[in-house]
Design a binder for this molecule. Sequence first.
Ligand SMILES: [Zn+2]
Length: 306
Amino acid sequence: MITAGGKLVRKIVVILSVLFFILLVACNDENSVPEENTSDDVEQENKDSEEDTKNEEDEDEKDLDEEVPESEENSEVVEPKYKIDENASVVPVEDGVNENVVLLTIDDAPDKYSLEMAKKLKELEAGAIFFVNGHFIDTEEEQETLKQIHEMGFVIGNHTYNHPLLSDLEGKDDQQREEIVGLNNVIEEIIGERPAFFRAPNGVNTDYSRQLALEEEMVLMNWTYGYDYFKPYMDAEKLTTAMVTGEGPEVDVPYSLLKPGANLLMHDREWTNDALEEIVTGLREQGYEIVDPHLIQTISEKESVE
Ligand SMILES: [Zn+2]
């Protein structure tokens, strides 16, 4: 038999639990708003859970988290929706995913313009991968720049330490290892994670660099088109036209390379920085979505699926 007093106590307990739950949900909502920050949130959460000692409050929080609807839980884990195919194109991994996407990549970062480019892209809500060279992150100030770009939600890729032509290092395994694995160590120290994508200088890999990339769980990534490193296109207006149409008639590309999944190569250069906003809006006007690189399958994600 339950007494009136017992009922009241149970009522209070229920009300308090509901209030606590609402508070938790509200806090979670605040953390999960900007899409681009999702991975940062996950990272932050991972850090938090590593650092936290397992006290009772944490246990309570976990119990309550389990009652949160599935969709909200999943918003913290980014499910891969695309992969890089053998032509460096971005292709959906499942039906129902928009295939009309292009990927923006910025190589030789973070030199003079990367931070400004990152700010512009952030403003435009356009994701990108910044492929980084070690010699651009060897001062404290440069390391701070890299950290900032990463914290803005951009993906950081490996572009070797000194930007050598890897074919020149054929047979010099130690040097290739230093260029690739050494850079990952430096990047991890600065941003707290190892790159999941590798782009060789000039797109030239060796058998050993391919092996190292795999060992480091990095997806090899060349590109499908880019014009900012050809003399005729070292000009913001001409570059914009070339990037938005996919055509570079002055370097013998009189047909369009813009197609679903195009992987666009750009660099940390003045004219590219000047053209960036119009390139993004121009591509969107053609019906292309700028893909969020966090949605591209990495090797560790691939392994966990298979
Ligand atoms: Zn480069």
